[in-house]
Design a protein around this ligand. Structure first.
Ligand code: PXG
Length: 435
């Protein structure tokens, strides 16, 4: 077995440990995975925050097969096909008012680097070529390409990879457990952390800053909620200084918080939004950057035969991905999945907070169909306790994600109350058994 598994260098995985004791899925349907040893595992994470409609959804799988037979590939540059235009229109309809255009990519990481490039190029096209600085946030996750890790704030994703992009600065994170532990929804404390932006801007000069990028709710770093008023404050400050605001909605997009996007959930509209994951239910790689007409239109000047933006990918708007995207959005709508997430969010919240008081639990946070349980790290062995919880949960028939000593939950939006009960019964038994 060890030999068979050698060639594949697995991403973000403890390769040697995995290959000694592999965990393999062979099938998936609805809310459940099936393992190679014939067990059903409840999907507590929607794959990796992407299978928002659940697994093996007929509309999506059929659309992919049909499209593959009809038009398998069309060149992405200087050629078109109808589905990608249709999908762009559907996305813009779902987005908040003022977001009018979609640029397609193949992943969240590519969406982030695309958005950062558009922001810098926008200022240049607008006669402000000196605005090149990018501001991210500590503990931010914006994928793994050079732009994304430069504005990102997760130390292990940065420290091994050289000097990264120049001219990047970071806001402080918004995690204040000493004041906000066990908050339901948005925490009370921390709006002043947005004011750090004024200081960063003053340090560099507003006219050198292109964009601020944040996750409206930080997912990968352990589910950190925006404090009340925080996103509004960021919007106010960026607008005042002519700086673009980018929301990285790779996780929060497509119903995760019970609304189309986090922008609508919080009532704050950015200039650009990055998406991926739930766009195609994770079934086919695809991402999209959504932006305002103000940004797009600045590029649409000059001679009409010239390319306006020197950026794009071989698979931007690939026909099969576009068909999968359309079928996914239809499934969300037909089944009322965003509404289901909104309706279940208080049941989910109560279930999350029922874990309070179990061994090692030092914080619980939740919003929409997202939750995190933070565990006290083992002395001298950070991350080990949560990873043990992951292994035990898998053995007991539940898939969870962990980051540091934080357990993150984000089930498919098709989940029902009975499955929520099943999820928390298993998790509670796992937590009770931890060293
Ligand atoms: N931005 C955000 C906010 C993300 O969460 C990316 C960009 C990058 O997307 P791609 O498609 O390039 O992976 C992400 C990805 C986890 C987990 O368990 C989270 C992500 C990916 C894998 C695992 O928290 N987020």
């Amino acid at each position: 077995m060890e030999n068979d598994l050698r060639a594949f260098w697995m991403p973000f995985t403890a390769n040697r440990q995995f290959k000694k004791n592999p965990r393999m899925f062979v099938a998936a349907d609805g809310m459940y995975y099936q393992t190679s040893d014939g067990r059903q595992v409840l999907d507590g994470t929607a794959g990796m925050w992407c299978c928002n409609a659940g697994h093996n959804r007929p509309k999506i799988t059929e659309a992919i097969g049909k499209q593959a037979k009809e038009l398998d590939y069309a060149p992405a540059f200087q050629m078109g096909h109808s589905k990608v235009f249709e999908l762009a229109n559907r996305l813009v309809e779902l987005a908040p008012e003022g977001i009018d255009h979609a640029f397609f990519t193949n992943s969240g990481s590519e969406s982030v680097d695309t958005a950062l490039k558009i922001a810098i190029a926008y200022h240049r096209a607008n006669g402000e070529g000196q605005r090149t600085r990018l501001i991210g946030r500590e503990r931010g996750y914006h994928g793994v390409n050079f732009g994304g890790i430069s504005v990102g704030g997760i130390v292990n994703n940065r420290r091994f990879f050289g000097s990264l992009l120049n001219g990047v600065d970071h806001l402080p994170d918004t995690h204040i457990p000493e004041k906000n532990a066990f908050t339901r929804g948005q925490p009370e404390f921390g709006v002043e952390r947005a004011d750090a932006l004024e200081k960063i801007i003053a340090l560099h000069g507003a006219d050198t800053v292109a964009a601020v990028i944040v996750e409206p709710m930080a997912g990968s770093t352990g589910v950190l909620m925006p404090p009340k008023g925080y996103l509004e404050r960021l919007r106010e400050i960026t607008r005042k200084h002519g700086i673009l605001l980018i929301f990285d909605e790779v996780i929060t997009g497509f119903g995760r918080l019970g609304s189309n996007f986090a922008a609508q959930h919080f009532g704050v509209t950015p200039d650009l939004m990055t998406t991926a994951k739930g766009l195609t239910n994770g079934v086919i790689p695809m991402g999209a950057v959504l932006c305002s007409a103000k940004i797009h239109d600045v590029f649409m000047t000059g001679p009409e035969h010239l390319i306006e933006l020197f950026h794009g990918y071989t698979y931007s708007g690939n026909p099969i991905a576009s068909a999968a995207g359309l079928a996914t959005l239809e499934t969300y709508q037909d089944e009322g999945l965003f509404e289901n997430a909104a309706n279940l969010s208080s049941y989910w919240e109560d279930a999350m907070h029922s874990l309070r008081g179990l061994p090692h639990v030092i914080d619980i946070r939740n919003m929409g169909l997202i939750g995190a349980v933070e565990l006290e790290p083992m002395a001298d062995e950070p991350t080990k306790r949560a990873f043990q919880a992951f292994l035990d949960a898998y053995d007991q028939g539940l898939l969870i994600r962990t980051t540091g000593d934080i357990i993150a939950l984000s089930p498919p939006l098709m989940i029902n109350k009975q499955q929520i009960d099943e999820l928390f019964e298993t998790l509670s038994s796992v937590l009770k058994g931890l060293q």
